[in-house]
Design a protein around this ligand. Structure first.
Ligand code: SF4
Length: 179
């Protein structure tokens, strides 16, 4: 067992990680179809920050970058909603997930040089993103979107024996680390 696996195993409950898996970048599922969804802009984040396409580069470029790493890690968080229309709950879920991601990132950055972090859609660090006129202000805090990288999170979760959906009144979010 790698040291990082031991650390995550130990911290899982403490961090409130729901499920996780370690895998190889070669087993990560990339798809141009996901990018087509991005381009349709269902989430409204396309072209609004350095964390989303087109700023992330083509799917082929994203894949190449991920494949430079030896290992990958994926984890999920689950937040309960009061109802499916609980907009505030959705926001809270995202903030909660990003807070877990920050804790996970701290560990990976301590243990590995320059890990690549992917998280939820868009970037909420600055009130107004500097994209496209100026470089990202906080490249260390900006985690590109997993789907924006062309990763098929739904299939990826299932390949890793993780649940993509944890029930009607819950939100499940995913992040990935390449290291
Ligand atoms: S950290 Fe700020 S400048 Fe960088 S992508 Fe996020 S919102 Fe934009």
């Amino acid at each position: 067992m790698m040291k990082i696996e031991e650390i995550i195993f130990r911290e899982r409950e403490n961090f409130n990680i729901h499920e996780y898996a370690f895998l190889k970048p070669a087993d990560v599922i990339f798809s141009d179809e996901v990018r087509m969804f991005c381009e349709k802009n269902g989430c409204g984040m396309h072209g609004t920050s350095w964390a989303c396409p087109p700023a992330t580069g083509s799917v082929a470029e994203c894949r190449k970058l991920c494949n430079k790493y030896k290992n990958a890690f994926i984890f999920s968080s689950v937040t309960k909603l009061e109802s499916s229309y609980d907009i505030k709950g959705w926001r809270t879920a995202r903030i909660t997930h990003e807070a877990i991601t920050d804790k996970v990132v701290k560990i990976f950055r301590r243990e590995f040089k320059n890990p690549l972090i992917l998280s939820t859609e868009g970037c909420t660090v600055c009130k107004k993103c500097s994209y496209p006129d100026n470089p990202c202000r906080f490249p260390d805090r900006m985690y590109p979107a997993t789907e924006g990288f062309g990763i098929l999170v739904m299939q990826q979760a299932s390949l890793c024996n993780m649940k993509y959906n944890n029930g009607p009144e819950t939100v499940t979010y995913f992040s990935m680390v390449f290291f």
